[in-house]
Design a protein around this ligand. Structure first.
Ligand code: F6R
Length: 249
Protein backbone atom coordinates (compact mmCIF):
# COMPACT_ATOMS: atom_id res chain seq x y z
CA UNK A 1 0.00 0.00 0.00
CA UNK A 2 1.22 3.48 -0.75
CA UNK A 3 -0.29 6.33 1.21
CA UNK A 4 -0.57 9.75 -0.39
CA UNK A 5 -1.39 12.29 2.27
CA UNK A 6 -2.76 15.44 0.70
CA UNK A 7 -3.77 18.75 2.25
CA UNK A 8 -7.47 18.67 1.50
CA UNK A 9 -10.21 17.14 -0.61
CA UNK A 10 -9.32 19.24 -3.64
CA UNK A 11 -5.74 17.94 -3.64
CA UNK A 12 -6.95 14.38 -3.00
CA UNK A 13 -9.17 14.64 -6.08
CA UNK A 14 -6.37 16.05 -8.25
CA UNK A 15 -3.88 13.39 -7.19
CA UNK A 16 -6.32 10.51 -7.75
CA UNK A 17 -7.28 11.95 -11.15
CA UNK A 18 -3.63 12.27 -12.14
CA UNK A 19 -3.14 8.49 -11.84
CA UNK A 20 -6.06 7.85 -14.17
CA UNK A 21 -5.19 10.58 -16.65
CA UNK A 22 -1.62 9.28 -16.98
CA UNK A 23 -2.73 5.69 -17.59
CA UNK A 24 -5.49 6.75 -19.96
CA UNK A 25 -3.03 8.69 -22.12
CA UNK A 26 -0.85 5.57 -22.33
CA UNK A 27 -3.78 3.18 -22.86
CA UNK A 28 -6.86 4.75 -24.48
CA UNK A 29 -8.90 1.54 -24.07
CA UNK A 30 -8.45 1.50 -20.31
CA UNK A 31 -10.83 -0.66 -18.26
CA UNK A 32 -11.91 1.39 -15.26
CA UNK A 33 -13.65 0.26 -12.10
CA UNK A 34 -15.82 3.08 -10.74
CA UNK A 35 -17.28 4.01 -7.38
CA UNK A 36 -20.15 6.29 -6.39
CA UNK A 37 -20.74 8.32 -3.21
CA UNK A 38 -19.19 11.62 -2.18
CA UNK A 39 -15.53 10.58 -2.31
CA UNK A 40 -14.99 10.36 -6.10
CA UNK A 41 -17.00 13.47 -7.04
CA UNK A 42 -13.93 15.73 -7.17
CA UNK A 43 -11.98 13.09 -9.07
CA UNK A 44 -14.78 12.90 -11.66
CA UNK A 45 -14.79 16.70 -11.97
CA UNK A 46 -11.04 16.58 -12.70
CA UNK A 47 -11.53 13.87 -15.33
CA UNK A 48 -14.28 15.90 -17.01
CA UNK A 49 -12.00 18.93 -17.09
CA UNK A 50 -9.17 16.91 -18.63
CA UNK A 51 -11.63 15.64 -21.25
CA UNK A 52 -12.87 19.17 -21.99
CA UNK A 53 -9.25 20.32 -22.32
CA UNK A 54 -8.64 17.56 -24.92
CA UNK A 55 -6.09 15.82 -22.72
CA UNK A 56 -8.01 12.54 -22.57
CA UNK A 57 -10.86 10.80 -24.33
CA UNK A 58 -13.17 8.08 -23.03
CA UNK A 59 -14.16 6.92 -26.52
CA UNK A 60 -12.55 3.50 -26.05
CA UNK A 61 -12.80 3.25 -22.28
CA UNK A 62 -14.86 0.51 -20.65
CA UNK A 63 -16.24 0.99 -17.13
CA UNK A 64 -17.54 -1.32 -14.42
CA UNK A 65 -19.29 0.10 -11.38
CA UNK A 66 -18.90 -1.50 -8.00
CA UNK A 67 -22.49 -1.66 -6.91
CA UNK A 68 -26.13 -0.67 -7.21
CA UNK A 69 -29.03 -0.40 -4.79
CA UNK A 70 -31.83 -2.94 -4.97
CA UNK A 71 -35.43 -1.83 -4.57
CA UNK A 72 -35.27 1.44 -6.47
CA UNK A 73 -35.53 1.65 -10.26
CA UNK A 74 -32.51 2.56 -12.36
CA UNK A 75 -34.07 5.92 -13.22
CA UNK A 76 -34.49 6.84 -9.51
CA UNK A 77 -32.39 9.98 -8.88
CA UNK A 78 -30.40 8.15 -6.15
CA UNK A 79 -29.68 4.99 -8.11
CA UNK A 80 -26.01 4.57 -8.90
CA UNK A 81 -27.00 4.35 -12.56
CA UNK A 82 -28.39 7.91 -12.30
CA UNK A 83 -25.45 9.05 -10.17
CA UNK A 84 -22.87 7.96 -12.72
CA UNK A 85 -24.70 9.59 -15.63
CA UNK A 86 -25.22 12.80 -13.67
CA UNK A 87 -21.67 13.14 -12.36
CA UNK A 88 -19.55 11.64 -15.13
CA UNK A 89 -20.97 9.88 -18.17
CA UNK A 90 -23.16 12.65 -19.57
CA UNK A 91 -20.16 15.01 -19.58
CA UNK A 92 -17.73 12.80 -21.53
CA UNK A 93 -17.52 10.93 -24.83
CA UNK A 94 -17.94 7.41 -23.41
CA UNK A 95 -19.85 4.89 -25.51
CA UNK A 96 -22.98 3.86 -23.56
CA UNK A 97 -22.34 0.26 -24.67
CA UNK A 98 -19.08 0.27 -22.72
CA UNK A 99 -20.74 1.21 -19.42
CA UNK A 100 -21.38 -1.65 -16.99
CA UNK A 101 -23.40 -1.08 -13.81
CA UNK A 102 -24.89 -4.02 -11.91
CA UNK A 103 -28.48 -4.46 -13.00
CA UNK A 104 -30.85 -4.53 -10.01
CA UNK A 105 -33.89 -6.18 -11.60
CA UNK A 106 -35.49 -7.97 -8.64
CA UNK A 107 -36.79 -10.93 -10.63
CA UNK A 108 -33.44 -12.21 -11.79
CA UNK A 109 -30.81 -11.05 -9.31
CA UNK A 110 -28.89 -14.35 -9.08
CA UNK A 111 -28.62 -14.61 -12.85
CA UNK A 112 -27.59 -10.95 -13.12
CA UNK A 113 -24.90 -11.37 -10.46
CA UNK A 114 -23.47 -14.36 -12.32
CA UNK A 115 -23.49 -12.49 -15.62
CA UNK A 116 -21.75 -9.50 -14.02
CA UNK A 117 -19.08 -11.83 -12.65
CA UNK A 118 -18.47 -13.33 -16.06
CA UNK A 119 -17.96 -9.91 -17.57
CA UNK A 120 -15.74 -8.84 -14.69
CA UNK A 121 -13.48 -11.87 -14.98
CA UNK A 122 -13.29 -11.37 -18.76
CA UNK A 123 -12.28 -7.72 -18.33
CA UNK A 124 -9.66 -7.25 -15.66
CA UNK A 125 -9.75 -3.64 -14.50
CA UNK A 126 -6.64 -1.58 -15.18
CA UNK A 127 -7.60 0.73 -12.33
CA UNK A 128 -10.28 0.29 -9.70
CA UNK A 129 -11.42 3.45 -7.90
CA UNK A 130 -12.68 2.92 -4.36
CA UNK A 131 -14.08 4.90 -1.47
CA UNK A 132 -14.25 3.45 2.03
CA UNK A 133 -17.23 3.30 4.37
CA UNK A 134 -16.86 4.61 7.91
CA UNK A 135 -17.32 0.94 8.93
CA UNK A 136 -14.45 -0.19 6.67
CA UNK A 137 -16.57 -1.48 3.78
CA UNK A 138 -15.42 -1.33 0.16
CA UNK A 139 -18.03 -1.62 -2.53
CA UNK A 140 -20.89 -2.82 -0.37
CA UNK A 141 -18.83 -5.57 1.25
CA UNK A 142 -20.03 -4.92 4.76
CA UNK A 143 -18.09 -6.00 7.86
CA UNK A 144 -18.34 -9.76 8.23
CA UNK A 145 -18.84 -10.65 4.56
CA UNK A 146 -16.50 -13.38 3.34
CA UNK A 147 -13.40 -11.95 1.69
CA UNK A 148 -13.59 -14.51 -1.15
CA UNK A 149 -16.99 -13.33 -2.41
CA UNK A 150 -17.77 -12.66 -6.05
CA UNK A 151 -20.71 -10.43 -7.12
CA UNK A 152 -23.52 -10.94 -4.61
CA UNK A 153 -26.64 -9.47 -3.04
CA UNK A 154 -25.97 -7.86 0.33
CA UNK A 155 -28.14 -6.61 3.15
CA UNK A 156 -26.81 -3.14 3.99
CA UNK A 157 -26.00 -2.61 7.63
CA UNK A 158 -27.49 0.22 9.68
CA UNK A 159 -24.26 2.23 9.79
CA UNK A 160 -24.11 2.30 5.99
CA UNK A 161 -27.80 3.18 5.72
CA UNK A 162 -27.35 5.98 8.28
CA UNK A 163 -24.28 7.29 6.37
CA UNK A 164 -26.24 7.29 3.11
CA UNK A 165 -29.47 8.73 4.53
CA UNK A 166 -28.16 12.19 3.54
CA UNK A 167 -28.87 11.31 -0.09
CA UNK A 168 -32.39 10.03 0.54
CA UNK A 169 -33.81 12.45 3.08
CA UNK A 170 -34.46 9.82 5.74
CA UNK A 171 -32.98 6.56 7.04
CA UNK A 172 -36.17 4.65 6.19
CA UNK A 173 -35.95 5.63 2.54
CA UNK A 174 -32.46 4.15 2.10
CA UNK A 175 -32.72 0.79 0.34
CA UNK A 176 -32.01 -2.23 2.53
CA UNK A 177 -30.26 -4.29 -0.12
CA UNK A 178 -27.68 -3.82 -2.85
CA UNK A 179 -25.86 -5.85 -5.46
CA UNK A 180 -22.10 -5.45 -5.25
CA UNK A 181 -18.80 -6.71 -6.60
CA UNK A 182 -17.26 -9.05 -4.05
CA UNK A 183 -13.78 -8.61 -2.64
CA UNK A 184 -12.48 -11.16 -5.13
CA UNK A 185 -13.69 -8.98 -8.03
CA UNK A 186 -12.19 -5.86 -6.46
CA UNK A 187 -8.83 -7.54 -5.93
CA UNK A 188 -8.84 -8.63 -9.59
CA UNK A 189 -7.66 -5.24 -10.74
CA UNK A 190 -4.15 -4.23 -11.78
CA UNK A 191 -4.21 -1.03 -9.73
CA UNK A 192 -6.44 0.27 -6.99
CA UNK A 193 -6.85 3.93 -6.07
CA UNK A 194 -8.77 4.43 -2.82
CA UNK A 195 -9.91 7.91 -1.84
CA UNK A 196 -10.88 9.02 1.65
CA UNK A 197 -11.44 12.42 3.17
CA UNK A 198 -12.76 13.75 6.44
CA UNK A 199 -12.32 12.92 10.10
CA UNK A 200 -15.20 10.41 10.04
CA UNK A 201 -13.03 8.15 7.84
CA UNK A 202 -9.89 8.33 10.01
CA UNK A 203 -10.56 5.20 12.06
CA UNK A 204 -11.50 3.09 9.04
CA UNK A 205 -8.39 4.31 7.19
CA UNK A 206 -6.20 3.50 10.19
CA UNK A 207 -7.61 -0.04 10.47
CA UNK A 208 -7.31 -0.59 6.72
CA UNK A 209 -3.63 0.38 6.73
CA UNK A 210 -2.36 -0.91 10.07
CA UNK A 211 -4.98 -3.37 11.32
CA UNK A 212 -4.99 -7.14 10.92
CA UNK A 213 -6.50 -8.48 7.75
CA UNK A 214 -9.94 -9.14 9.08
CA UNK A 215 -13.32 -9.64 7.45
CA UNK A 216 -14.75 -7.24 10.04
CA UNK A 217 -12.74 -4.53 8.19
CA UNK A 218 -13.12 -5.57 4.55
CA UNK A 219 -10.77 -2.80 3.31
CA UNK A 220 -7.90 -4.41 5.25
CA UNK A 221 -7.61 -7.00 2.46
CA UNK A 222 -6.15 -4.23 0.29
CA UNK A 223 -2.89 -4.61 2.22
CA UNK A 224 -2.39 -7.71 0.05
CA UNK A 225 -2.95 -5.97 -3.28
CA UNK A 226 0.31 -5.41 -5.20
CA UNK A 227 -0.52 -1.85 -6.34
CA UNK A 228 -2.93 -0.09 -4.00
CA UNK A 229 -2.68 3.68 -3.61
CA UNK A 230 -4.54 5.28 -0.75
CA UNK A 231 -5.11 8.99 -1.32
CA UNK A 232 -6.24 10.75 1.85
CA UNK A 233 -6.61 14.26 3.17
CA UNK A 234 -5.10 15.35 6.48
CA UNK A 235 -8.28 14.64 8.44
CA UNK A 236 -8.68 11.08 7.12
CA UNK A 237 -4.95 10.47 7.72
CA UNK A 238 -5.01 11.92 11.22
CA UNK A 239 -4.53 8.54 12.97
CA UNK A 240 -1.78 7.31 10.66
CA UNK A 241 1.83 7.29 11.75
CA UNK A 242 4.44 8.96 9.57
CA UNK A 243 6.36 5.82 8.62
CA UNK A 244 6.17 2.99 6.10
CA UNK A 245 5.13 3.65 2.51
CA UNK A 246 4.13 7.18 3.24
CA UNK A 247 4.18 10.06 0.78
CA UNK A 248 3.47 13.41 2.33
CA UNK A 249 2.43 16.12 -0.14
C1 F6R B 1 -19.87 3.34 -3.64
C2 F6R B 1 -19.33 2.35 -2.73
C3 F6R B 1 -19.08 2.63 -1.29
C4 F6R B 1 -18.57 4.04 -1.00
C5 F6R B 1 -18.41 4.24 0.50
C6 F6R B 1 -17.97 5.65 0.83
O1 F6R B 1 -19.99 2.82 -4.94
O2 F6R B 1 -19.12 1.27 -3.17
O3 F6R B 1 -18.15 1.69 -0.80
O4 F6R B 1 -17.36 4.23 -1.65
O5 F6R B 1 -19.62 3.98 1.14
O6 F6R B 1 -18.99 6.53 0.50
P1 F6R B 1 -18.75 8.12 0.51
O7 F6R B 1 -17.72 8.39 -0.53
O8 F6R B 1 -20.08 8.71 0.15
O9 F6R B 1 -18.29 8.47 1.87
Amino acid sequence: MEIYKMKDYEDVSKKAASFIIKDLILKPNLILGLATGSSPLGLYRNLIEAYEDDIISFKDVMTFNLDEYIGIPRDHPQSYFSFMHEHLFRHIDIDEANINIPNNDLDQLDKLAMEYDERLFGHQRDIQILGIGSNGHIGFNEPGTPLGNETFVVELNDQTRRDNARFFGSFDDVPKYAITMGIKNIMYSKKIVLIASGKHKAEAVYKMVYGDIDKQVPASILQLHPDCRVVVDEAAASLLRMDGNYKNF
